[in-house]
Design a protein around this ligand. Structure first.
Ligand code: FE2
Length: 342
């Protein structure tokens, strides 16, 4: 079996491949690692046939939809997943055939109602149902400590004790455990009575994960994240450095339009000398009047260089073929000690 673990922060994802046939599945891929997964798949010489999410993640952005489109492979989730882009939905006990490997889904609700674990050969990918020395939390949307109790004690922990455990999270750099070791040592599993276990889970009082709202929105709807929109825009436009723009302006060159997309107050507070003002919210509607020549050289800028990146991509789509974005924003320009005009 080909088995590679990827870690991004505390999030773990797994590439599981069949040696004989070179078919593979990718489990719980994370958006920031898309290029690494594609690199690893070609390094191993495998074809990724399935993108599997063990549940609707609330703490990071899933790359399943994007990779599914890139690779022409289905996104696999439990039947109860709300994600419209999950195009292969599993019931408890369903198996995926990956070459000569069999990935069997165990429905293990509790962390979320669409949580599942995947048994493959000598190991189980436990998602956020069972972690090394912990369990998934049950206080986020669709979480349920009673269901988690049943999923653990009634199902997952009944796997053979030597079964290797690979969770979707670990914050201490550990790679795997076994069912037997978790039963013996995992502090949360020492509460073997249902009421005791539920009381413990309800008392945890954990902080909400960063990006909770955006992660749920993107993962549940298949919508894009802001970071994704920025990355897509950045891949389609060139950038100009602060120094190069400064030199260009210094030469008193009139062949470049610096377009400042910030709100009026910010623009009045200090802008790059000679910059023209066109707030981002009015860009599409006013651009024809402001910039009648589509062949003009434009450099977009904003406070931190993000809105200007999106705006430059929009201008490209509108037919301004010579638009570039400033690498950095007015904030960086100011910090670099370049002159501002008020
Ligand atoms: Fe989770």
């Amino acid at each position: 079996m080909i088995f590679e673990t990827f870690a991004a922060g505390g999030c773990k994802s797994y590439l599981i491949g069949c040696d004989a046939t070179r078919a593979a599945a990718l489990v719980d891929p994370e958006l920031s690692l898309v290029d690494r997964y594609l690199g690893a798949a070609s390094q191993h010489g495998v074809h990724v046939r399935f993108l599997v999410d063990t549940h609707t993640h609330a703490d990071h952005f899933s790359a399943s939809r994007e990779l599914g489109q890139t690779l022409g492979a289905p996104v696999v989730m439990h039947r109860l997943s709300p994600a419209p882009h999950a195009n292969l939905r599993l019931d408890d006990g369903d198996m995926l055939i990956v070459g000569q490997l069999r990935l069997e889904a165990l429905h293990t609700p509790g962390h979320t109602r669409d949580s599942m674990c995947l048994v493959v050969g000598d190991r189980v990918l436990t998602g956020d149902t069972l972690l090394i020395g912990g369990t998934g939390r049950t206080d986020l949307p669709t979480g349920d400590p009673y269901a988690l109790y049943e999923s653990l004690f009634g199902k997952l922990l009944k796997l053979p004790p030597e079964t290797l455990v690979f969770p979707a999270h670990d914050y201490k750099g550990r790679t795997s455990s076994t069912i037997g070791a978790e039963i013996a040592e995992n502090p949360r599993l020492q509460r073997k009575e249902r009421a005791e276990f539920v009381a413990m889970m309800e008392k945890l009082d954990l902080a909400a994960p960063t990006h909770l709202t955006e992660a749920l929105r993107a993962n549940m709807s298949g919508g894009k994240t802001v970071a994704q929109m920025l990355a897509e825009a950045a891949a389609h436009i060139p950038f100009v450095s602060l120094a190069a723009l400064h030199e260009r302006i210094g030469a008193n060159s009139r062949d470049v339009v610096v377009l400042d997309l910030r709100e009026s107050d910010a623009f009045r507070g200090g802008h790059i000398p000679g910059a023209r003002h066109l707030p981002r919210g009015q860009l599409e509607l006013r651009v024809n009047a402001e910039l009648p020549d589509p062949t003009v050289r434009i450099v977009t800028c904003c406070e931190f260089g993000k809105i200007s990146t999106l705006a430059a991509a929009t201008l490209r789509e509108l037919g301004f073929g010579r638009v570039a974005a400033l690498d950095g924003g007015v904030n960086a320009w100011r910090e670099a000690g370049y002159p501002l005009e008020t």
